[in-house]
Design a protein around this ligand. Structure first.
Ligand code: PSU
Ligand code: MN
Length: 307
């Protein structure tokens, strides 16, 4: 496995040493995915949700070139408020470390670093995936290729409909990334409960996810990640008409402004938050808190049962 030079927060280091449950959290969602000033408040709430469910939160990010697993509150505040925090995928980690940069880790980078640190469960909002028109642009998130080789369970609400959801599912199949629905056989679409596609496998409890992780380890299946897709209840999803309108406008704006590469996802997320006048933010926060809670319960169930 990749050997990162990692600095652990004190509490996380102790928990890992003692075999207590730890949940990794990403920082791109904080620095680039949520609007300020709500981002810092939400980041703290997410950590609290992990604690409330009995696990230790380990928010991962880079501060002044140091790769930290378990940011303290001052470091979290810095990544939530400073200007010029880079968005770091796996390929950016070494360059940013050498430059002494501040950086927020994506799902890809967070997964890789968490797994290297011995953390087996990770909570986020939505995964990156295959972008619409990827056949021309080749824009596919490194989240997918990284999960293909990284042994971690990622609890998320599927992928946003800003992506090509069907193509994303196909790529996860090709790449060997496991996908299970949490109490559903439909892949969730982040803001909306149902992303429009069936799933082969569904689990009903944190213990069942822990059993999957234990079976993977027991069978020597260490290479790939497991996506635990946790949908919002129908009565909490974003209004479907508002969602569809906002999506269509956002895609048109992307085209108009010529946005490409790693700026695409933050651009569309910001558009959703402003165009829905905060409605999408409320939904987004609910998603992250629910995923943090489920991830913590999985980590608790898995503690001591997974090699
Ligand atoms: N999807 C969301 N919210 C997010 C992201 C994705 O619904 O905040 C972030 C995550 O950090 C994810 C990254 O890893 O965007 C993917 O970016 P890209 O498409 O550039 O790989
Ligand atoms: Mn991309």
């Amino acid at each position: 496995m990749t050997d990162f030079h990692i600095q652990h927060g004190n509490e996380v280091a102790e928990a890992l040493r003692d075999g207590r449950p730890v949940v990794a959290l990403e920082s791109t969602i904080v620095s680039h995915g949520l609007p300020r000033p709500d981002n810092l408040r939400v980041a703290r709430q997410v950590e609290q949700a992990v604690r409330d469910a009995g696990a230790v939160p380990a928010t991962i990010g880079m501060v002044g070139g140091r790769l930290v697993v378990g940011l303290d509150d001052a470091e979290l505040t810095r990544l939530a408020t400073a200007d010029g925090v880079a968005k770091l995928s796996v390929r950016d980690l070494a360059v940013a470390a050498a430059a002494g940069a501040d950086g927020a880790t994506t799902v890809a980078a967070t997964s890789a670093v968490a797994a290297a640190a011995g953390i087996r469960v990770f909570a986020t909002g939505g995964l990156g995936g295959v972008h619409r028109e990827a056949a021309q642009s080749f824009d596919e998130s490194a989240d997918l290729t990284t999960l293909a080789r990284t042994p971690i369970a990622v609890v998320c609400a599927g992928v946003k409909s800003i992506l090509d959801v069907g193509a994303t599912l196909e790529r996860m199949e090709t790449l060997g990334v496991g996908v299970v629905g949490y109490r559903t056989h439909r892949f969730p679409g982040f803001f909306v409960t149902d992303g429009g596609f069936d799933l082969d496998w569904s689990v009903d409890s944190p213990e069942q996810v822990a059993a999957v992780l234990a079976a993977r380890a027991a069978h020597g299946l260490h290479d790939g990640g497991l996506v635990v897709a946790n949908p919002l209840p129908v009565d909490e999803q974003l209004d479907r008409d508002l969602h569809d309108r906002t999506l269509a406008d956002g895609l048109a704006l992307l085209d108009r402004d010529g946005v490409t590469g790693k700026a695409v996802t933050p651009y569309l997320l910001a558009h959703f938050h402003s165009a829905t006048e905060g409605a999408s933010l409320v939904v987004n926060v609910r998603i992250i808190l629910r995923n943090a809670d489920l991830a913590a319960r999985i980590a608790v169930a898995a503690a001591g049962t997974v090699a």
